[in-house]
Design a protein. Structure first.
Ligand code: 6PG
Length: 468
């Protein structure tokens, strides 16, 4: 008998995902060129798990029920193209290929167009939740042909994480909608991670918190409105002992953050769309600055830094919780704003409330806040920005003062709080009726006759400035 589901790429994510599929009662067949990985998966087959694997692409494709449902969990880039190339001679019209990696959205559009010519359905489906998520329930963000989605829906809904019984997967839109949403998910992820690292820095430098105290603060916060995967793992991280010393592992880790590109793509594309995402931008910048470790070390010796004042622990902890809450909201607001604009620009027809919904469990940015965000967008599908949702005004108003206090403290004491600062700047600018950018228009018209508009009447104006 033929198999329900095929998976190419039996690395950690692929292996875990296919086991998850089999756990849920679907028969699954894996393919990888690595014999060891194939054998390891074959060994998982038993009565409960109808699972098999092969190093031969032909055997793999032949083993699958039609229309074939083949998911690719391989590194983004050229490998995706070469896997598709190798599948093409064996698959048939109507078959479904699903790219589960973090592919760049224009690559997905190109692949979809190519495959459409052969009547093969192509999905870009972002999968979030890391190795554990893939095994036990990820959040899945599929985009592609709506009619073909019916074939993969039962499998995806079974394997996805559940929030109050609802699966964290939904058809998001045509073409690269799924990859685009996953890209922005990761941009938000970058912002939230940067913000938690700044709060850690403040607790340490201004409050003299030891690792247990940092652990305790994040743990306590995770029991309240800040409840989220990233706050939870942050609390755990401060408990982790180092095997090679008597210290905590966190104090032994080099402060250079790597990146695979999805955060940067979010910033780049947001800029192309003209949508500001300064918290995400600065999170990318900080990874870049962090990489300049030797330059930072040399520059540190050149300049004096203010001596950091101490803040009373309980006071700092309260301010930090409120500032983190405020800046988390602002980060989601920025990311969702990009999605709304991308939806118009690329014709994705995204429903933001559905996206917030499938982010409530399984993914890296899952958070209690996402239930509130879902509600806000369910109430008003065309909400221009989360910050103006009636559901959020009190939350933001009640926490912004603490962000101000900490940003001011950081500036005065030489502690960089770029994510927090940019979140505050974004909020202050977005909520200001009259910004000084009338001057920029005047300057542009002055030196380049670029024209300006007026507050008091319609039209386009130019002034011969020097003659006045
Ligand atoms: C997820 C993650 C994942 C991503 C890592 C690493 O949702 O499970 O976003 O897709 O690969 O977070 O990203 P960076 O290497 O760019 O930090």
């Amino acid at each position: 008998e033929k198999y329900d589901f095929g998976l190419v790429g039996l690395g950690v994510m692929g292996r875990n995902f296919i086991l998850n599929v089999a756990d849920n009662g679907f028969s699954a067949f894996g393919h990888d060129l690595d014999v060891e990985k194939v054998n390891a998966l074959k060994n998982e087959g038993n009565k409960a798990h109808k699972i098999d694997a092969s190093t031969s692409i032909k055997t793999f494709v032949k083993a699958l029920k039609q229309p074939r449902k083949i998911m690719l969990l391989v590194p983004a880039g050229k490998i995706v193209d070469s896997v598709i190339e190798s599948l093409l001679p064996h698959i048939d019209r109507g078959d479904i290929l699903i790219d589960g990696g973090n592919s760049f959205f224009t690559d997905t559009d190109r692949r979809e167009e190519e495959l459409q010519k052969r009547a093969v359905n192509f999905f870009g489906a972002g999968v979030s939740g890391g190795a554990k998520g893939a095994r036990l329930g990820p959040s899945i963000m599929p985009g592609g042909s709506k009619s073909a989605y019916a074939h993969i829906k039962p499998i995806f809904e079974a394997v996805a994480a559940k929030y109050d019984g609802e699966p964290c997967v939904a058809y998001l839109g045509p073409k690269s909608a799924g990859n685009y949403v996953k890209m922005v998910h990761n941009g938000i992820e970058y912002g939230l991670m940067q913000l938690t690292s700044e709060i850690y820095d403040l607790l340490k430098k201004a409050g003299d918190f030891d690792n247990d105290e940092v652990h305790n603060s994040f743990k306590k916060w995770n029991e309240g409105r800040l409840q989220s995967f990233l706050v939870e793992i942050t609390s755990q991280i401060f408990k982790q002992e180092d095997d090679e010393s008597n210290e905590r592992l966190i104090d032994k880790i080099l402060d250079k953050a790597k990146q695979k590109g999805t955060g940067k793509w979010t910033s780049q594309n947001a800029m192309d769309l003209g949508i500001p995402v300064p918290t995400i931008d600065i999170a990318v910048n900080m990874r870049e600055i962090s990489a300049l470790k030797s330059e930072r070390t040399a520059a540190d010796k050149i300049y004096d830094r203010p001596k950091v004042a101490t803040m009373e622990k309980a006071k700092l902890e309260k301010l930090a919780e409120e500032a983190l809450y405020f800046s988390f909201i602002v980060t989601y607001a920025q990311g969702l704003h990009v999605l709304a604009e991308a939806s118009k620009e690329y014709g994705y027809q995204l429903d933001i409330s559905v996206i917030a919904k499938i982010w409530r469990a399984g993914c890296i940015i899952r958070a209690a806040l996402l239930a509130d965000i879902t509600e806000a967008f369910e109430k008003d599908k065309d909400l221009p920005n989360l910050l103006v949702s009636p559901n959020f005004v009190d939350k933001v108003q009640g926490s912004v003062a603490s962000a101000r206090e900490l940003v001011a403290f950081g500036a005065k004491n030489g502690i960089p709080l770029p994510g927090l600062s940019n979140s505050l700047i974004y909020f202050d600018a977005y909520t200001t009726t009259r910004l000084p950018l009338n001057l920029i228009q005047a300057q542009r018209d002055y030196f380049g006759s670029h024209t300006y508009e007026r507050l008091d009447k319609e039209g386009i104006f130019h002034t011969e400035w020097e003659s006045k």
